[in-house]
Design a protein around this ligand. Structure first.
Ligand SMILES: C[S@@+](CC[C@H](N)C(=O)[O-])C[C@H]1O[C@@H](n2cnc3c(N)ncnc32)[C@H](O)[C@@H]1O
Length: 217
């Protein structure tokens, strides 16, 4: 697979988006591509922040705008595909009393993220290796799930979110983001998994979608 960068070449965008579309409509196919995706990001981890400007205002603008739309005060937050942890650490600053978990397929990414945890005596922020297609958390564990630039596993997100919990899906370069899913497909899948209050918008060069898992009546 070609190397990712925010100004990715056409082939990278086409391959990444094809994987995201496949996973959205046929999540059972993930094992066919998951290990190549993991290897790809393991190789991409060195120098990731410098190459992609991860953690810059531009990179975080879509996540921030999606959070604004939800107006949540979560206690337990999960950041999927956290990469080197830029978004996860932003969440920990936004929600200074919440417990924040960052999860990523790539060990190299997680190693870098762990290196960024400063003084955290209460162990509020934690990074771990894991696969978003089969999350190592029990049902209803979180009241906010976020993800920036990776395939979406709708069923797992709905399983680990508490009813009423919020979701933000951010694509930092809109539909030119290599790992992004078409908005119309995301809307359909969210509705079919019990999400409501679905909103979307643009911020900087990117786009965001937010939603809430509906309470059962
Ligand atoms: C394009 S990077 C984005 C990283 C980070 N969110 C950022 O914005 O800098 C996508 C990340 O998602 C991770 N990823 C892809 N598929 C995943 C999966 N099924 N489970 C967990 N992480 C995954 C990759 O390892 C990679 O670190």
């Amino acid at each position: 697979m070609p190397e990712y960068s925010p100004s990715a070449d056409r082939k990278t965008v086409v391959v990444g988006k094809a994987i995201c579309r496949l996973v959205a409509v046929a999540p059972w196919a993930w094992p066919l591509v998951g290990s190549s995706v993991g290897r790809f990001f393991d190789h991409a981890a060195a120098g990731w922040d410098e190459r992609t400007s991860a953690g810059s205002a531009g990179h975080l603008a879509t996540l921030a705008a999606g959070l604004d739309s939800l107006q949540s005060k979560p206690e337990r937050v999960l950041d999927l595909g956290c990469g080197t942890g830029a978004g996860t650490l932003f969440l920990s600053r936004e929600f200074p009393t919440a417990s924040i978990r960052g999860l990523d397929l790539s060990e190299s990414m997680i190693r870098q993220a762990q290196g960024k945890i400063g003084l955290d005596p209460e162990g509020r922020v934690n990074f771990r290796v894991g696969d978003a297609s089969g999350l190592p958390f029990s049902d209803d564990s979180f009241d906010l799930v976020t993800q920036v630039n990776l395939p979406i596993f709708f069923r797992e997100i709905a399983r680990v979110l508490r009813p009423g919990g919020g979701l933000v899906i951010a694509s930092s370069h809109g539909d030119q983001t290599p790992f992004s899913t078409p908005e119309s497909l995301v809307f359909r899948k969210l509705a079919s998994r019990g999400f409501g209050s679905i909103g979307s918008g643009t911020a900087g060069e990117g786009t965001w979608i937010s939603a809430r898992l509906e309470e059962q009546s």
